[in-house]
Design a protein around this ligand. Structure first.
Ligand code: SRM
Ligand code: SF4
Length: 528
């Protein structure tokens, strides 16, 4: 244990205290009891915090109507699973909706506590789990959105992501080995050349890298290029600090990835700083120890030496957004990327997506970290009829350039941390700008309701972070503007360029930025 970890044990904060009193996962056995008690009579710590260990979030903004966060490894589900999710939100009428998240995942809204036993039973039947998706657990594990479809991929991430999730969650049943981390923990695996997962903003990320191996028995001319991953650690965003992940100086074979994840999680669990929750993410431990000591500790847990990283990784493409129809590596098959405005779905839309995947594809549905959907395995002959589907008017394969790349966190509608409303405002502003400006290329605009940065403003061309601003001496909703986020090859984080713009004054400011930095031109209005 670190000195800080020992101090934390002696003076635990409120979160460490309640975790020590009762492990979050214990609520799994109490769901029937909570359902009959009702949310108002429940123990507050169970309701507001421990339920997150089974993915159920109390929403102070809509008390009694809970949010449920799933786990969808690599962002993949099937039509039957999507229908179950749609049925869950359908029963709540106007209160029921769903969001695709920035971690290739789905959150459901409007959930009533009395329905949880039935919902969990339905999940079990179709192989869905929401376990350990909130609080001090590993979040949904992201992988390449077109894994197994992309002719240029280097590694199909699907199985590995599933194996890591199974290790961490005991195959979705819950695993108390990893249910009390010092803080949340994000893992991503990139399998293609475009870093589709934003590896740099994860606590632990694996990026493709070939290593020249010249075994002693083989002469140098016969050296082979072996596929593996360079390991990055410590990337995270928080209100206090944002950092891109740094190299661990380790290269691992695919078959060692699960063991390396386990070793790193064990080191973090047992040594991570727990006294101050603002300083508990993995990077703070790496700061305290230095990356060399952290690496040694990982080796010790792993029981073997790590191989040094390669100098270069294989991330050498611009990031793709997958919106549109693209050929798969399987001859005669295509995948279609549908744009879901700010990731918001209702039951009807979810049923429609399930139907499209079944009728035209192989029942498979994928999610992207840009909060959109991919339907794979559409045959050449099915495309013509696919294009005529009415739902494609709403979830288009050819959106306008600003809405196309728009990402937004939940914001004030459901999130009590929010300083501004995000999703509706974001869509309205993009549409207004699109009607006013001619854009020759997509511009990635990310909205986030507060400095927690769930909407990842630091990876955007233009990032907008909710804040308090002042206008005419009065407090109003406002944003800090970030610029310069670079994704894909040579990814780097954007920085804050302007603070405290009132939301009501934002549109002309964005207009100027789009003209000045992104080649937008005012539309010429023709008089009739
Ligand atoms: Fe987040 C907390 C929503 C991705 C950083 N995040 C929250 C809570 C749970 C706060 C709350 O209780 O209300 C939000 C739930 C609101 C709601 O009702 O939806 C919330 N975060 C989201 C989602 C849904 C945003 C979205 O619209 O897509 C994303 C869910 C991902 C998932 O499926 O698991 C989401 N959150 C992120 C990301 C982006 C990422 O992972 O790439 C980040 C920044 C990256 C990171 O974590 O390093 C992020 N969320 C946070 C933080 C700041 C963490 C910190 O170390 O301080 C908080 C606050 C906290 O944990 O104390 C937070
Ligand atoms: Fe809520 Fe803030 Fe995260 Fe948006 S960024 S979902 S407002 S915590």
């Amino acid at each position: 244990m670190t000195d800080a970890a020992t101090t934390a044990k002696a003076n635990p904060n409120k979160f460490e205290k309640f975790k020590a009193e009762k492990d979050g996962l214990a609520v799994k056995a109490e769901i029937e009891k909570f359902a009959s008690l009702g949310w108002e009579a429940m123990d507050e710590t169970d309701r507001d915090h421990r339920l997150k260990w089974v993915g159920v979030f109390f929403r102070p903004v809509t008390p009694g109507k809970f949010m449920m966060r799933m786990r969808l490894p690599n962002g993949i589900l099937n039509s039957a699973q999507m229908r179950v999710l749609a049925e869950v939100v359908q029963r709540y009428g106007d209160d029921g909706s769903a969001d695709i998240t920035t971690r290739q995942n789905i959150q459901l809204r409007g959930i009533r506590i009395e329905d949880l036993p039935d919902i969990f039973q339905k999940f079990q039947v179709v192989g869905l789990t929401s376990v350990q998706s909130g609080m001090d657990n590993v979040r949904n594990i992201t992988g390449d959105a077109v894994a197994g479809l992309d002719a240029n991929e280097l590694f199909d991430t699907r199985e590995l992501v599933q194996q890591i999730q199974d290790m961490i969650t005991n195959s979705g049943q819950g695993n108390s080995e990893f249910s009390n981390l010092p803080r949340k923990f994000n893992i991503a695996i990139a399998g293609g050349r475009d870093n589709s997962v934003h590896a740099e903003i994860n606590d632990l990320a694996f990026v493709p890298a070939f290593k020249d191996i010249s075994p002693e028995s083989v002469s140098p001319e016969k050296s082979e290029k072996i596929f593996g991953f360079n390991v990055l650690v410590g990337g995270f965003f928080s209100a206090k600090r944002c950092d891109a992940a740094i190299p661990l100086n380790a290269w691992v074979l695919p078959e060692d990835v699960v063991a390396v994840c386990r070793a790193i999680l064990e080191v973090y669990r047992d040594n991570g700083l727990r006294a101050n929750r603002q300083k508990s993410r993995l990077m703070w431990l790496i700061d305290e120890w230095g990356v060399d000591k952290f690496r040694q500790e990982v080796e010790q847990r792993l029981g073997k030496s790590l191989i040094a990283a390669t100098e270069h990784d294989e991330i050498d493409w611009e990031k793709r957004d997958h919106i549109g129809v693209y050929k798969q590596k399987q001859p005669g098959l295509n995948y279609a990327g549908l744009h879901i405005p700010v990731g918001r779905l209702n039951a009807e839309g979810m049923f429609e997506i399930a139907r499209l995947a079944e009728v035209y594809g192989s029942s498979e549905i994928r999610l992207t970290v840009e909060q959109n959907i991919i339907i794979p395995n559409i045959s050449e002959s099915g495309l013509a009829s696919f294009y005529t589907e009415t739902i494609l008017k709403e979830f288009t394969i050819n959106p306008n350039p600003l809405t196309r790349s728009l990402v937004s966190c939940t914001g004030a509608q459901f999130c009590n941390f929010a300083m501004i409303e995000t999703k509706e405002r974001a869509i309205a502003m993009m549409q207004a700008l699109e009607s006013d400006l001619e854009l020759t290329r997509p511009v990635r605009i990310h909205w986030t309701g507060c400095p927690n940065s769930c909407g990842q403003p630091q990876v955007a061309d233009i990032g907008l972070m909710g804040t308090k601003a002042r206008k005419n001496g009065k407090p109003v909703e406002g944003v800090d503007i970030y610029m310069g986020g670079k994704v894909g090859k040579d990814a780097s984080l954007g920085t804050c360029v302007t603070k405290g713009i009132p939301c009501e004054d934002l549109q002309p400011v964005l207009r100027e930025l789009l003209i000045e930095h992104f080649g937008a031109k005012p539309k010429v209005l023709v008089n009739s």
